[in-house]
Design a protein around this ligand. Structure first.
Ligand code: HEC
Length: 224
């Protein structure tokens, strides 16, 4: 019964949320990183190619679903918050039958368009493997910081869903370099006064990712 009331309320409010997400471009997103130390509080585990780890899933969900006005902590559109392990895990209790996965798989969420099949397959695999709060250490190695292999990937994973258009374009090396060299990139990522905090006002990219970006900028933000 409770379940029925709950899913009814989800359906009933989803239209409103859908509309508000479409018409109010998100200003901020809410990321609670797996960790800020680079190991998630877990013993750093080598990546197995057969496993999908939560530190791959979190940025996908946050950058696509937890924009301001949507499933961020402040809005909780539909009563649904998707900003960290606990809030995401609680939405996949029914595995692939969970509303969260069904909506992603059908393309009804996010409202901006169906995620790529690769990404959907990744989420599917993470769920079928038990939706664990697991961490894979080779996902971020702060000693590697080339634009092509590292920086562009961090941006593709965490930022491009919002920064592929608009005034802050982060869709090419020269565009990213502009914001790297004028200080706005690190200003936003470090939440310095006077900058719009990214990814949101309370959370940061992982320390490892911030280190990579800082080192790349210190080297002149080259197209390497
Ligand atoms: C959910 C959408 C969203 C995501 C994800 C997002 N941003 Fe933003 N960001 C915005 C919006 C909206 C602004 C305000 C400027 C604009 O409208 O383009 C902004 C502003 C910025 C600015 C300018 C800050 C300033 O005050 O000068 C930078 C730099 C920036 N973002 C970098 C990033 C980076 C790097 C990431 C990834 C770690 C990221 N953003 C993720 C929506 C987002």
């Amino acid at each position: 019964m409770l379940k029925q009331i709950f899913s009814f309320s989800l359906i009933a409010t989803s239209i409103i949320v859908f509309t508000s997400c479409e018409h109010q471009p998100p200003v901020k997103i809410s990321i609670t990183p797996v960790d800020t130390t680079g190991n998630g509080g877990n013993t750093g585990r080598k990546c197995s190619p057969d496993t999908v780890y939560f530190n791959e899933i979190l940025p996908i969900i946050v950058s696509n679903c937890a924009g301001a006005g949507c499933h961020d902590a402040a809005t909780k559109a539909d009563g649904v918050q998707l900003t960290d392990y606990a809030t995401i895990r609680s939405r996949v209790n029914n595995g692939l039958n969970s509303k969260l996965f069904r909506e992603i798989n059908s393309g009804s969420m996010p409202p901006t368009g169906r995620l790529s099949q690769d990404i959907i397959d990744k989420i599917k695999k993470w769920i079928t493997q038990g939706a664990k709060n697991n961490y894979c250490s080779s996902v971020c190695d702060s000693t590697k910081y080339t634009y092509s292999a590292d920086i562009s990937k961090i941006i593709a994973t965490n930022c491009i869903s919002c920064h592929n258009s608009g005034t802050v374009l982060l869709n090419s090396h020269s565009n990213v370099q502009t914001f790297a060299l004028n200080g706005r990139l690190m200003g936003a990522l470090k939440h310095l006064p006077g900058y719009q905090p990214m990814p949101n006002s309370t959370n940061f990219l992982s320390d490892c990712e911030l280190k990579k970006i800082q080192k790349w900028i210190d080297n002149g933000a080259p197209n390497n």
